[in-house]
Design a protein around this ligand. Structure first.
Ligand code: DC
Length: 227
Protein backbone atom coordinates (compact mmCIF):
# COMPACT_ATOMS: atom_id res chain seq x y z
CA UNK A 1 0.00 0.00 0.00
CA UNK A 2 1.34 3.47 -0.78
CA UNK A 3 2.01 5.65 2.20
CA UNK A 4 -0.30 8.62 2.59
CA UNK A 5 2.02 11.59 2.67
CA UNK A 6 1.89 14.89 4.51
CA UNK A 7 2.67 17.64 2.00
CA UNK A 8 3.45 21.17 3.24
CA UNK A 9 3.23 24.26 1.04
CA UNK A 10 4.47 27.49 2.61
CA UNK A 11 5.23 30.88 1.18
CA UNK A 12 4.17 34.52 1.07
CA UNK A 13 0.72 35.66 -0.07
CA UNK A 14 0.15 35.76 -3.80
CA UNK A 15 2.75 33.10 -4.67
CA UNK A 16 0.00 30.75 -5.91
CA UNK A 17 -0.25 28.52 -2.82
CA UNK A 18 -4.06 28.25 -2.79
CA UNK A 19 -4.43 27.39 -6.45
CA UNK A 20 -1.56 24.91 -6.36
CA UNK A 21 -2.45 23.16 -3.13
CA UNK A 22 -6.02 22.66 -4.36
CA UNK A 23 -4.77 21.36 -7.72
CA UNK A 24 -2.20 19.09 -6.06
CA UNK A 25 -4.84 17.73 -3.64
CA UNK A 26 -7.16 17.01 -6.57
CA UNK A 27 -4.47 15.19 -8.56
CA UNK A 28 -3.29 13.10 -5.61
CA UNK A 29 -6.76 12.50 -4.13
CA UNK A 30 -5.55 14.10 -0.90
CA UNK A 31 -7.46 16.50 1.38
CA UNK A 32 -6.54 20.15 1.05
CA UNK A 33 -6.22 22.09 4.30
CA UNK A 34 -6.17 25.85 3.83
CA UNK A 35 -4.72 27.02 7.15
CA UNK A 36 -5.09 30.70 6.19
CA UNK A 37 -8.86 30.09 6.01
CA UNK A 38 -8.72 28.80 9.59
CA UNK A 39 -7.11 32.04 10.85
CA UNK A 40 -9.62 33.97 8.76
CA UNK A 41 -12.48 32.01 10.41
CA UNK A 42 -11.21 32.98 13.87
CA UNK A 43 -10.95 36.63 12.75
CA UNK A 44 -14.54 36.55 11.46
CA UNK A 45 -15.80 35.34 14.84
CA UNK A 46 -13.60 37.85 16.70
CA UNK A 47 -15.19 40.57 14.60
CA UNK A 48 -18.76 39.32 15.04
CA UNK A 49 -18.46 38.75 18.77
CA UNK A 50 -16.47 41.95 19.30
CA UNK A 51 -13.70 40.08 21.10
CA UNK A 52 -10.65 42.11 22.12
CA UNK A 53 -7.53 40.51 20.53
CA UNK A 54 -5.65 41.30 23.75
CA UNK A 55 -8.13 39.20 25.78
CA UNK A 56 -6.44 35.76 25.82
CA UNK A 57 -9.20 34.11 27.80
CA UNK A 58 -11.92 35.18 25.38
CA UNK A 59 -9.76 34.06 22.44
CA UNK A 60 -9.19 30.70 24.08
CA UNK A 61 -12.93 30.19 24.62
CA UNK A 62 -13.70 31.14 21.06
CA UNK A 63 -11.07 28.71 19.69
CA UNK A 64 -12.01 25.82 21.93
CA UNK A 65 -15.64 25.82 20.73
CA UNK A 66 -14.63 26.14 17.10
CA UNK A 67 -15.32 23.49 14.44
CA UNK A 68 -13.93 23.93 10.92
CA UNK A 69 -14.65 21.72 7.92
CA UNK A 70 -13.50 21.98 4.33
CA UNK A 71 -15.93 20.68 1.73
CA UNK A 72 -14.63 20.24 -1.79
CA UNK A 73 -17.38 21.17 -4.26
CA UNK A 74 -17.31 20.77 -8.04
CA UNK A 75 -16.33 24.41 -8.51
CA UNK A 76 -15.13 25.74 -5.22
CA UNK A 77 -14.02 24.67 -1.80
CA UNK A 78 -16.46 25.63 0.97
CA UNK A 79 -15.34 26.58 4.45
CA UNK A 80 -17.85 25.58 7.15
CA UNK A 81 -17.36 27.13 10.58
CA UNK A 82 -19.54 26.00 13.49
CA UNK A 83 -21.93 24.59 10.89
CA UNK A 84 -22.18 27.80 8.84
CA UNK A 85 -20.82 28.29 5.31
CA UNK A 86 -18.54 31.34 5.66
CA UNK A 87 -16.58 30.88 2.40
CA UNK A 88 -17.42 34.42 1.21
CA UNK A 89 -17.40 36.27 4.53
CA UNK A 90 -13.83 35.28 5.40
CA UNK A 91 -12.46 36.90 2.21
CA UNK A 92 -13.60 40.51 2.76
CA UNK A 93 -10.86 43.19 3.08
CA UNK A 94 -12.04 43.90 6.65
CA UNK A 95 -11.58 40.27 7.72
CA UNK A 96 -8.23 40.04 5.86
CA UNK A 97 -6.89 42.98 7.85
CA UNK A 98 -8.11 41.60 11.17
CA UNK A 99 -6.70 38.14 10.33
CA UNK A 100 -3.12 39.46 10.32
CA UNK A 101 -3.69 40.69 13.93
CA UNK A 102 -5.46 37.52 15.06
CA UNK A 103 -2.76 35.30 13.49
CA UNK A 104 -0.14 37.11 15.59
CA UNK A 105 -1.79 35.98 18.90
CA UNK A 106 -0.02 32.99 20.45
CA UNK A 107 -3.28 31.68 21.99
CA UNK A 108 -4.88 31.48 18.57
CA UNK A 109 -1.78 29.97 16.93
CA UNK A 110 -1.51 27.25 19.56
CA UNK A 111 -5.16 26.29 19.10
CA UNK A 112 -4.95 26.30 15.30
CA UNK A 113 -1.70 24.29 15.23
CA UNK A 114 -3.31 21.68 17.48
CA UNK A 115 -6.31 21.47 15.16
CA UNK A 116 -4.13 21.32 12.05
CA UNK A 117 -2.06 18.46 13.49
CA UNK A 118 -5.24 16.55 14.32
CA UNK A 119 -6.60 17.09 10.80
CA UNK A 120 -3.34 16.08 9.12
CA UNK A 121 -1.61 13.47 11.27
CA UNK A 122 -3.04 10.45 9.40
CA UNK A 123 -1.50 11.72 6.15
CA UNK A 124 -3.09 12.04 2.72
CA UNK A 125 -3.13 15.82 3.13
CA UNK A 126 -1.82 18.96 1.47
CA UNK A 127 -1.55 21.80 3.98
CA UNK A 128 -0.91 25.34 2.82
CA UNK A 129 0.17 28.18 5.06
CA UNK A 130 3.18 30.03 6.42
CA UNK A 131 4.46 27.74 9.19
CA UNK A 132 3.51 24.22 8.07
CA UNK A 133 7.02 22.93 7.34
CA UNK A 134 8.60 24.78 10.28
CA UNK A 135 6.06 24.48 13.13
CA UNK A 136 2.94 22.42 12.33
CA UNK A 137 4.61 19.43 10.64
CA UNK A 138 8.40 19.82 10.81
CA UNK A 139 8.57 16.15 9.75
CA UNK A 140 6.29 16.55 6.71
CA UNK A 141 7.16 14.11 3.90
CA UNK A 142 7.43 16.79 1.22
CA UNK A 143 7.90 20.50 1.90
CA UNK A 144 7.58 23.19 -0.73
CA UNK A 145 8.44 26.84 -0.30
CA UNK A 146 6.63 28.68 -3.05
CA UNK A 147 7.68 32.22 -3.84
CA UNK A 148 7.57 34.90 -6.55
CA UNK A 149 8.84 38.47 -6.61
CA UNK A 150 6.66 41.05 -4.80
CA UNK A 151 6.14 42.86 -8.12
CA UNK A 152 4.79 39.69 -9.76
CA UNK A 153 2.60 38.78 -6.77
CA UNK A 154 1.27 42.35 -6.70
CA UNK A 155 0.51 42.16 -10.42
CA UNK A 156 -1.40 38.86 -9.98
CA UNK A 157 -3.42 40.32 -7.12
CA UNK A 158 -4.10 43.46 -9.19
CA UNK A 159 -5.39 41.34 -12.12
CA UNK A 160 -7.60 39.36 -9.73
CA UNK A 161 -9.13 42.47 -8.15
CA UNK A 162 -9.60 44.18 -11.53
CA UNK A 163 -11.35 41.05 -12.83
CA UNK A 164 -13.75 41.41 -9.90
CA UNK A 165 -14.46 44.96 -11.07
CA UNK A 166 -12.55 46.72 -8.28
CA UNK A 167 -10.89 50.04 -9.05
CA UNK A 168 -7.36 49.51 -7.74
CA UNK A 169 -3.91 50.87 -8.62
CA UNK A 170 -1.05 48.56 -9.56
CA UNK A 171 1.64 50.35 -7.52
CA UNK A 172 -0.65 50.51 -4.49
CA UNK A 173 -1.42 46.77 -4.77
CA UNK A 174 2.30 45.93 -4.95
CA UNK A 175 2.94 48.13 -1.89
CA UNK A 176 0.20 46.27 0.04
CA UNK A 177 1.75 42.91 -0.84
CA UNK A 178 5.11 44.16 0.47
CA UNK A 179 3.42 45.43 3.65
CA UNK A 180 1.77 42.05 4.31
CA UNK A 181 5.08 40.26 3.68
CA UNK A 182 6.80 42.48 6.22
CA UNK A 183 4.04 41.88 8.82
CA UNK A 184 4.02 38.08 8.26
CA UNK A 185 7.84 37.87 8.46
CA UNK A 186 8.35 40.21 11.39
CA UNK A 187 5.77 38.87 13.84
CA UNK A 188 7.03 37.27 17.02
CA UNK A 189 5.10 33.97 16.84
CA UNK A 190 5.77 31.59 13.93
CA UNK A 191 6.89 34.21 11.40
CA UNK A 192 6.99 33.27 7.71
CA UNK A 193 10.26 31.38 7.37
CA UNK A 194 11.50 28.83 4.88
CA UNK A 195 12.19 25.38 6.41
CA UNK A 196 15.84 24.38 5.90
CA UNK A 197 14.79 21.21 4.06
CA UNK A 198 12.05 22.77 1.90
CA UNK A 199 12.14 22.58 -1.89
CA UNK A 200 12.20 26.12 -3.31
CA UNK A 201 9.97 26.91 -6.24
CA UNK A 202 10.07 30.43 -7.66
CA UNK A 203 6.87 30.81 -9.69
CA UNK A 204 7.68 34.31 -11.03
CA UNK A 205 8.03 33.18 -14.63
CA UNK A 206 6.27 29.82 -14.45
CA UNK A 207 2.67 28.93 -15.30
CA UNK A 208 0.41 27.13 -12.80
CA UNK A 209 0.68 23.95 -14.92
CA UNK A 210 4.48 24.09 -14.89
CA UNK A 211 4.61 24.46 -11.12
CA UNK A 212 2.01 21.71 -10.64
CA UNK A 213 3.98 19.31 -12.89
CA UNK A 214 7.13 19.97 -10.92
CA UNK A 215 5.35 19.40 -7.59
CA UNK A 216 3.70 16.18 -8.81
CA UNK A 217 7.04 14.87 -10.04
CA UNK A 218 8.64 15.48 -6.64
CA UNK A 219 5.66 13.95 -4.78
CA UNK A 220 5.81 10.85 -7.00
CA UNK A 221 9.55 10.52 -6.38
CA UNK A 222 8.87 10.61 -2.67
CA UNK A 223 6.05 8.04 -3.02
CA UNK A 224 8.31 5.63 -4.88
CA UNK A 225 10.98 5.93 -2.19
CA UNK A 226 8.34 5.03 0.41
CA UNK A 227 6.95 1.97 -1.36
O1 DC B 1 -3.12 32.67 3.10
P1 DC B 1 -4.11 33.72 3.56
O2 DC B 1 -3.92 35.04 2.88
O3 DC B 1 -5.53 33.25 3.50
O4 DC B 1 -3.77 33.96 5.11
C1 DC B 1 -4.49 34.86 5.89
C2 DC B 1 -3.63 35.41 7.02
O5 DC B 1 -3.31 34.37 7.95
C3 DC B 1 -2.31 36.06 6.60
O6 DC B 1 -2.17 37.28 7.33
C4 DC B 1 -1.25 35.08 7.06
C5 DC B 1 -1.91 34.32 8.17
N1 DC B 1 -1.51 32.91 8.22
C6 DC B 1 -0.64 32.52 9.21
O7 DC B 1 -0.19 33.34 9.99
N2 DC B 1 -0.28 31.21 9.32
C7 DC B 1 -0.75 30.29 8.47
N3 DC B 1 -0.38 29.02 8.61
C8 DC B 1 -1.63 30.68 7.43
C9 DC B 1 -1.99 32.01 7.33
Amino acid sequence: MTKKLIIAIDGPSGAGKSTLSKALAKRTGYTNIDTGAMYRAVALLVNRQQVDVADDRALQELCCDLTIEFIRGAEQERVIVNGEDVSQQIRTPEVSLLTAKVAACSTVREAMVRLQRKMGEAGGVVLEGRDIGTVVFPNADVKFFLSATAAERGRRRYDELRAKGLDVELQQTIAEVEERDAADSAREHAPLRRAGDAIDIDSTSMTIEEVLDKMLQLVEQRQSRES
